[in-house]
Write a protein that binds this ligand. Structure first.
Ligand SMILES: Cc1cc2nc3c(=O)[nH]c(=O)nc-3n(C[C@H](O)[C@H](O)[C@H](O)COP(=O)(O)OP(=O)(O)OC[C@H]3O[C@@H](n4cnc5c(N)ncnc54)[C@H](O)[C@@H]3O)c2cc1C
Length: 389
């Protein structure tokens, strides 16, 4: 693997940087877990799309730029460096989008992908149920065929962005006699249909970051089925691989946090405040780990570009980025000391930045996209070949 960029890649970086410099909002947008912030982020997605930067690696016909994964990494580096807003439609563009490209019919690709790229339709992921989180094969929400429609009943929970999203993708039990991961089908559900009740759930910061979704005799056209009937598990595993693996957590995100952490360390040291040697080592280690994650991702991309695939290794990736993100935020809070607890609007909060907010979100990293305990089971069984018990 050659770690030098080609002239074309350098030109691509320059073009992305110039566009972002001219277009990234000067002030941070309000949180997309509020209605106002959600719509502001949707408008930003539309602007990205108009500039041709919404979905860099997607084919041009679906609203993308047809770039390869290396260019996507370069774009992400520029995106985070520019301080651009979080992607409100990440469930769609990073998870469902690639799944539709793999499993969708030509009609589904044409129908869903362009509206996803422009965020005219923002997606929520509806997998978790009250009794089916880590044990996703315990899903009970059902879809019963009635003519050319499925009639859906059940409850989904913890749907990120669900409070304001337009559509939900999820798995439903289509074979009532089935058990576990057999007999499930992947279905795309509009959230404005009769029988759908969306109830927002507040997260730690008090904003409605989640929703529970109740489905009561909701009639969904059968053409919204993605992949084969009763084979939804295979489709969902592809989506989960995208979530744990490469696409959702670009290295630039962690490099950016590591850079901010080192800057905070320097400012704190310059202020004359004594810093524990252990904390200095932690900061250095975090920076090195963010670089290691980046190199590892470049290696994965090279493997994919050479025709390889990622399988259970995505579990290693997921544990690494989620634990690194938490360590970086914990180190920042230790550097800030008691001031770390100040909310941004507090009078003495200048210079504290958004570390507290980031920390609250980082706490959830080891839980979402499949808990780290479960990822460790996958690594033990599928990579190390250890027995199940
Ligand atoms: C920020 C955030 C965003 C989320 N977004 C979404 C979303 O958009 N859509 C969606 O569908 N869901 C979403 N979730 C839900 C998430 O996927 C679940 O919380 C997660 O899968 C765990 O399920 P659970 O909460 O039911 O916990 P449980 O499955 O009840 O787990 C409880 C504890 O038991 C451990 N455990 C369970 N089984 C095993 C096992 N076999 N071996 C070892 N330990 C085990 C778990 O690791 C965990 O520590 C989100 C969660 C968070 C925190």
């Amino acid at each position: 693997m050659d770690l030098n960029y080609t002239a074309e890649q350098d030109a691509f970086r320059k073009e992305a940087r110039a566009w972002l410099e001219a277009n990234v909002p000067r002030e941070p947008l309000p949180s997309f877990d509020t209605r106002e912030g959600f719509e502001a982020h949707r408008a930003w997605e539309k602007q990205l799309n108009a500039g041709g930067w919404a979905m860099v690696p997607w084919p041009v016909e679906y609203g993308g730029r047809g770039a390869n994964l290396l260019e996507w990494l370069i774009f992400e580096e520029e995106y985070y460096r520019a301080g651009a807003p979080g992607r409100v439609n990440q469930n769609g563009i990073f998870l469902l989008g690639p799944t539709i490209m793999e499993y969708g019919t030509p009609e589904q690709k044409a129908r869903f992908l362009p509206k996803m790229a422009s965020s005219e339709e923002v997606w929520a992921q509806g997998w978790s149920e009250p009794n089916a989180g880590s044990d996703m094969a315990a899903i009970q929400a059902s879809a019963v065929l009635d003519g050319d429609h499925y009639v859906i009943n059940g409850q989904k929970t913890w749907a990120s962005r669900g409070a304001y999203a337009d559509w939900l993708f999820g798995m439903f039990r289509t074979d009532p006699d089935s058990e576990r991961h057999r007999g499930l089908t992947f279905v795309l559900v509009p959230l404005d249909l009769p029988g759908v009740t969306v109830r927002p759930i507040e997260q730690l910061d008090g904003e409605a970051g989640f929703a529970e979704v109740f489905l009561n005799d909701v009639r969904v056209p059968v053409e919204n089925q993605l992949g084969e009937v009763n084979r939804g598990w295979d489709v969902a595993m592809a989506t989960a691989g995208f979530e744990r693996g490469l696409m959702l957590r670009s290295p630039a995100r962690f490099q950016n946090t590591a850079r901010k952490l080192v800057a905070l360390y320097r400012e704190t040291a310059a202020s004359g405040q004594p810093i524990d040697a252990g904390l200095r080592d932690t900061v250095a280690r975090c920076w090195v780990d963010a670089e290691a994650y980046t190199l590892n991702t470049y290696q994965t991309v090279s493997h994919l570009l050479a025709g390889g695939k990622i399988g259970s290794e995505s579990s290693l990736n997921k544990i690494f980025w989620s634990e690194l993100d938490l360590r970086m935020h914990e180190a920042a809070l230790s550097l800030l000391g008691a001031r770390a607890e100040l909310l941004p609007q507090a009078p003495a909060a200048e210079g504290v930045g958004d570390w507290l907010d980031g920390y609250l979100f980082a706490l959830s990293g080891p839980i979402y996209a499949g808990t780290n305990e479960v990822q460790r089971n996958i690594i033990a069984e599928r990579i190390l070949g250890l027995p199940r018990k």
